[in-house]
Design a protein around this ligand. Structure first.
Ligand SMILES: Cc1cc2nc3c(=O)[nH]c(=O)nc-3n(C[C@H](O)[C@H](O)[C@H](O)COP(=O)(O)OP(=O)(O)OC[C@H]3O[C@@H](n4cnc5c(N)ncnc54)[C@H](O)[C@@H]3O)c2cc1C
Length: 329
């Protein structure tokens, strides 16, 4: 049996959790049709629960286990892990899966330690089911590592966009069962006690965008982004930038793509004036199609791209925008 830890947003299960559910279902079908259950921790507003159950039904999940305790109303990694471990024991799960978000990875690391299980983080594919062998991203995604998980319980965090969230052939009737996990005071020692609004931050929009327009040093300065922002708008995408751009203060850090920024995997990435350093490539290599715009035909981004236009982005991007405006009129 595979237990998937699900994170929620106002619509139900987050996109990356739905990806993890699809990933788990694929693995289950290769393991003789093992059932997939979900676990969610903490309070759920009625409309979130409704959306969540609909998402789980679409993903073919048999049962949702809901850990409830007033002390779970704010995030505490150890307490959430204790709640997941209780579900693992009660259900004799053989695998625990979550999306490789900061929260998913943190909780699963606690789960692995508490259950003495082997954990593989940032998994992208399952290579073999018996013995369970997976490929996972290491070194910022620049290298894929093959890893074998031995033992009664395996713990996997799934790299963002390792698969698309596909609905199951047959939707399920999801049974929801609440349970009260056993929590120790020590589990709540490190917990969120206060949250503050941050300045507008579109990181989530960037990581989930289907089209990303990239901008690097070639933009030329803080005033060099107008045409790139217009292209982003015309394509209904998000702007992603290189570290040079954020270091120079031309654009905010949350727009940075790369090893130390956001990992993106859009259908289309259009890096403009970005050389394609390995640290940037680590964050964009999962893009399905790359169209590079660069003055240098030998730039790594150009040589790795599916398509490239060689020239000044300040001439090419306005020309694309004009054509798009004409076609969209
Ligand atoms: C530990 C570490 C972590 C890092 N993490 C990241 C990260 O997460 N993300 C990241 O991006 N970088 C990261 N970097 C930095 C990375 O190594 C590069 O320095 C950076 O990506 C380069 O940014 P760039 O491509 O915008 O600039 P450059 O390398 O200077 O390239 C500019 C490109 O623009 C082209 N160009 C210039 N003018 C024009 C024009 N008018 N029209 C079209 N093309 C033009 C040039 O031909 C060139 O290819 C990291 C570095 C380190 C050491």
């Amino acid at each position: 049996m595979i237990l998937v830890l699900v994170e929620t947003d106002p619509q139900g299960a987050t996109l990356t959790s739905r990806e993890a559910l699809t990933f788990a279902r694929g693995l289950a079908s290769r393991s003789g049709g093992a059932p997939v259950h979900a676990v969610v921790v903490g309070p759920l507003e009625p409309e979130v629960q409704e959306g969540l159950v609909a998402h789980l039904a679409e993903q073919g999940v048999a049962e949702l286990h809901h850990a409830q305790d007033d002390r779970l109303s704010s995030y505490a990694a150890a307490a959430w892990a204790a709640a997941v471990v209780d579900a693992v024991s009660a259900l004799s799960a053989g695998l625990v899966v979550a999306s490789g978000t900061p929260r998913g990875s943190e909780i699963l690391a606690h789960v692995a330690v508490r259950t003495d299980a082997v954990m593989a983080a940032n998994v992208v594919t399952v290579d073999e089911v018996e013995p369970l062998t997976v490929s996972r991203q290491v070194m910022g995604g620049a290298v894929l590592e093959e890893m074998r998980l031995d033992g009664a319980l395996g713990v996997l965090s799934i790299a963002g966009h390792a698969c698309d969230p596909e609905p199951a052939d047959q939707p399920t009737e999801v049974t929801v069962s609440a349970y009260t996990p056993s929590l120790a005071d020590a589990d709540l020692r490190a917990r969120v006690v206060r949250t503050e609004p941050v300045e507008a931050d579109d990181t989530a929009a960037l990581s989930e965008a289907r089209v990303v327009v990239g901008a690097g040093r070639g933009a030329g300065g803080p005033d060099g982004f107008g045409d790139l922002l217009e292209l982003t708008d015309l394509l209904g995408g998000s702007l992603g930038v290189s570290r040079v751009v954020t270091n120079l203060g031309w654009r905010p850090h949350h727009e940075q793509v790369g090893q130390t920024g956001t990992r993106i995997s859009p259908d289309l990435y259009i890096p403009c004036g970005i050389s394609g350093a390995v640290q940037h490539w680590a964050g964009c290599q999962s893009a399905k199609t790359i169209l590079a715009i660069n003055t240098d035909a030998d730039a790594p981004m150009v040589t790795k791209a599916d398509y490239a236009v060689i020239g000044d982005l300040h001439e090419i991007v306005p020309a694309i925008n004009a054509e798009l405006r004409k076609r969209l009129a």
